[in-house]
Design a protein around this ligand. Structure first.
Ligand code: ADP
Length: 484
């Protein structure tokens, strides 16, 4: 129930804060366009190319427009340089023998350019087809100012106009002009061509990107399908089995397989633990139930056997309690990342020894504790040391001594017990393993499994040396430098 509620809440929150990109994707989905990675990659590539080609096309267009304009300007200059020839032919054709200069109201057309000859001396305010001449024109005519280009308006049309001093007529001007829209057609063609090229480049890129992305992203699609299959079937034994590849997709696939294997292992271990734990819990529970049945079937608490039955039931309840504590500790210290801190190993061991001496006065516990620091989970460490000393006490005959030594990040616990047979030695750290010799002694075979778990979880090790004269268990951690 809770599992289903959380995504629903997230979805509601997501709708409230939906960003434009999310809304756009939702619209695409609603319109039947799947928002696949392949589509997104293709659209991104096409958009990138569109931006770049559009920028290049705009630059080309501006460059072309500027070069057209400078070509026009060059044509105007060329035409102005033909002023002498034009004047001559005007004289021959119009003012034959009179020696007069052409009229300013009659510009002569040379190619696409109109040439006006304005005899000197020109004066400010003198009328002209592009408006009255001004002081600047007079200065140009007197060669006090250089020739100049201007954009002028005349008869509802835009003109490019070049004004220069008339070399053969001191104080006069030559004006050449050309309609500014003469090149509009060429510019429009260029703009259309470039726009077409831009759109074509974007479309081609989109197509190519879709093809390429489809090939590159195919493994991701297969990976997604495999992950969905695992989610649907809950089958942790399935593997993607991708051919080994060193790229990101290959690494992702192999990490996915490793993760599945780890999950499978963990799940199997959990199932095994549950099965083992149920089995172990059932034994004291059966005894407890039997004792309670006996009490019920007999004369109840008035039965002379009753105190013994109640005592036995209480012991079985205590055994159950210990078993549950051990199971919880086993899960806590093995599975979860430990809370680690700098710990004085000698002081922690001293406290464990003190507690055990109080609980079990025999055999004697002899300790040699040198100050040293380790980086570990104090609760786990305490549990592991207590288990080792507890086992040593259990296996050492009365009158003998258990020896505990702490130095250089190590705790060694030596007993004078019977030692551990070679057949049992490889299995003593397995959970619920108890040597045949241990049957009849208290315990459920979890003590050393907890010690092993604590060692692993804290980057430590646990080793055992054993022989007929006794055993030495050593729990070792990387020691930290002593601090004052
Ligand atoms: P338990 O003590 O509950 O049996 P442990 O996990 O602590 O469980 O120990 C597992 C087995 O290892 C014991 O059953 C016992 O056979 C053996 N063992 C552990 N410590 C000693 C020891 N100090 N001397 C001899 N055998 C030991």
């Amino acid at each position: 129930m809770g599992l289903h509620e959380l995504p629903a809440r997230q979805a509601r929150g997501g709708r409230r804060t939906a960003r434009p990109a999310h809304r756009a994707r939702a619209r695409l989905r609603a319109a039947g366009c799947p928002v696949t990675l392949r589509n997104r990659v293709s659209v991104a590539a096409a958009a990138g190319v569109l931006i770049v080609v559009a920028a290049v096309s705009t630059a080309l267009y501006l460059f072309y427009a500027a070069s057209l304009r400078s070509r026009v300007d060059a044509t105007l200059v060329d035409a102005a340089q033909q002023a002498a020839g034009i004047a001559r032919s005007l004289k021959q054709s119009g003012g034959r023998g009179s020696g007069t200069v052409p009229d300013i109201s009659t510009p002569v057309t040379v190619g696409s350019v109109q040439v006006q000859l304005i005899p000197g001396p020109v004066t400010p305010g003198q009328p002209n087809r592009f408006g009255p001449l001004d002081g600047h024109d007079v200065a140009v005519a007197g060669q006090a100012q250089p020739a100049y280009f201007a954009d002028e308006h005349h008869d509802g049309q835009q003109f490019r106009v070049y004004t220069v001093a008339w070399a053969d007529n001191p104080g006069g001007l030559v004006r050449t002009s050309r309609p500014a829209n003469a090149d509009d057609g060429a510019l429009r063609d260029a703009a259309l061509l470039l726009a077409g090229l831009t759109v074509a480049a974007a479309c081609l890129t989109y197509g190519a990107a879709r093809l390429t992305a489809g090939r590159i992203l195919r493994p991701i699609g297969e990976l997604t399908e495999a992950a969905e299959h695992v989610t649907k079937t809950r089958d942790l034994t399935s593997r993607l089995g991708f051919p080994q590849a060193n790229d990101e997709v290959g690494r992702l696939a192999s990490s996915f397989d490793t993760m599945l294997a780890a999950l499978h292992e963990s799940l199997t271990a959990q199932r095994q633990l549950t099965a083992d734990a149920s089995h172990e819990l059932r034994t004291p529970l059966t005894s407890l139930t039997t004792n309670l049945d006996l009490l019920e079937d007999g004369a109840g608490l008035a039965d002379p056997q009753a105190p013994a039955l109640v005592r036995a039931a209480r012991e079985q309840a205590a055994e159950l309690d210990q078993l549950i504590t051990d199971l919880l500790d086993l899960a806590r210290y093995r599975e979860s990342p430990p809370h680690r801190e700098t710990v004085r190993l000698d002081l922690l061991t001293e406290e464990a020894v003190r507690r055990l001496r109080q609980r079990e006065p025999h055999p004697a516990i002899d300790s040699e504790l040198h100050p040293c620091l380790v980086h570990a989970d104090p609760a786990g460490l305490d549990r592991a040391i207590t288990n080792l000393i507890g086992n040593a006490v259990k296996w050492t005959p009365e009158g003998d001594t258990v020896r505990v030594v702490v130095e250089n990040g190590q705790v060694s616990v030596t007993d004078q017990g019977p030692g551990i047979p070679d057949t049992d030695l490889p299995r003593i750290f397995e959970r619920f393993y108890r040597a045949p010799a241990a049957r009849g002694t208290p315990g459920a075979g979890l003590g050393l499994a907890i010690v092993g778990g604590v060692a692993r979880a804290n980057d430590g090790t646990v080793t055992v040396r054993t022989g007929p004269g006794g055993s030495t268990f050593t729990l070792a951690f990387p020691p930290l430098p002593e601090t004052d």
